[in-house]
Design a protein around this ligand. Structure first.
Ligand SMILES: [Fe+2]
Length: 388
């Protein structure tokens, strides 16, 4: 059967990307190109401690660009942090933003940008295309190989009052430039490496089976899967190997380009609910939910899941679809074992008592719209329960 997606009308957006060793050192040059006289550097304490932020400060000094630092940001960035960062942005008369870090500082920086230009509260932008006025220039320097917020049109912000993460999706959130430097990964811890690359893997898989996938996003998704299954096990063994790190960084970038344009699915909707409610690591939540969601979704996109299995190198030759689904799930389970990921939702404190609240929030998440199979609250309850 022909794949109709090859002639379907689809949009693909991406920032200017500079990829490679030393890309982080171009921060000053790009700030100068954007004529940003005073920069707000948005980062977090871990990135400052690693010394990566110093490289960026030095680059800004070389170009004579003034900067102020905002680093009061927690994992799962909060609406309060966005509003506080905006206050500082205005108080210091900044004219551009550089985000250095993982998804939390980058999403927070995106939030500061749109709040400062639109003069609204960050929570008012929830949903798709709710940003009217573009943000000031935004340069992103990712320091994890997972969130890909540096290339995406997504920002995920925690609404601590409602204990939920909101998704903001807008072309105005695509950064002006992503300076993607694999050197920044060399100080990443074991757990952060594992969780963030599994986040990237989930981005690639969900984008590939998404209702909004395209022939362009497919190429990026499949390349991300190929790179992650080849290089994540090697990175876990040799975390200081720059070549292996570079491939995981590249994988994250490809996965980001795929999901930014094809969107995501039930894994992310359910993980956002978990992260907002229990403040758990995002990549870990995704990895724990992924097998149960694949099992539920498989019948809605079986050929696409089979392609994913082949991309991993699993034996997908079974004649019955059930056999191919089992091959994909057992292959994924072996992959988790190979990289030392062995956990369940119960291990991280999720209980049956949480499931109803988690379901209520997940069903409302914008990522659910592009899940390849229709999903009810009852389905969500049984998926959460099977991942416990
Ligand atoms: Fe994610």
């Amino acid at each position: 059967m022909p794949d109709s997606s090859v002639f379907e009308l689809r949009k693909f957006v991406a920032p200017e990307i500079v990829y490679g060793e030393g890309a982080r050192l171009l921060a000053g040059q790009y700030a100068s190109i954007f004529q940003a006289e005073t920069i707000l550097v948005v980062t977090d304490p871990g990135v400052i401690q690693s010394g990566i932020a110093d490289d960026v400060f030095q680059s800004l000094d070389e170009y004579g660009i003034a900067y102020h630092v905002f680093s009061d940001i927690q994992p799962n960035p909060r609406a309060e942090s966005v509003m506080e960062g905006t206050r500082i942005y205005r108080e210091k008369h900044c004219t551009g933003i550089i985000a250095v870090g993982g998804g939390s500082p980058i999403d927070c920086a995106k939030g500061i940008g749109i709040v400062s230009s639109n003069n609204k509260h960050i929570l008012e932008f929830e949903g798709v295309d709710k940003v009217e006025i573009p943000a000031p220039p935004l340069i992103c320097i990712p320091t994890t190989s997972g969130s890909s917020a540096d290339v995406s049109q997504f920002a995920i912000i925690s609404d601590t009052r409602r204990q939920v993460k909101i998704a903001i999706i807008s072309k105005t959130l695509v950064p002006d430039v992503a300076l993607i430097d694999p050197v920044t990964l060399l100080t990443l811890t074991h757990d952060l490496t594992q969780h963030t690359v599994l986040d990237a893997l989930t981005h690639a898989i969900e984008a590939f089976v998404s209702n909004a996938h395209s022939s362009i996003s497919d190429i990026h998704a499949l390349e991300a899967i190929r790179l992650i299954c080849s290089y994540l096990p090697l990175v876990m063994q040799e975390p200081k190997n720059l070549e292996y790190r570079a491939y995981t960084m590249l994988a994250s970038m490809h996965a980001g380009l795929a999901f930014s344009n094809a969107s995501l699915g039930a894994v992310h909707a359910m993980a956002h609910s978990l992260g907002g409610f229990l403040d758990l690591p995002h990549g870990m939540c995704n990895a724990l939910l992924l097998p149960s969601v694949i099992k539920f979704n498989y019948s809605g996109a079986s050929e696409r899941y089979d392609t994913i299995g082949k991309q991993f190198g699993f034996d997908m030759s079974a004649s019955m679809s059930e056999g191919r689904m089992d091959a994909l799930l057992s292959g994924l389970s072996e992959f988790y074992t190979k990289i030392g990921f062995n956990s369940s939702l119960s291990d991280i404190g999720v209980t049956r008592d949480h499931v109803d609240d988690l379901t209520e929030k997940a069903i409302m998440d914008v990522c659910m719209v592009t899940n390849p199979r229709g999903i009810t609250k009852k389905d969500l309850i049984s998926i959460y329960e099977s991942a416990l």
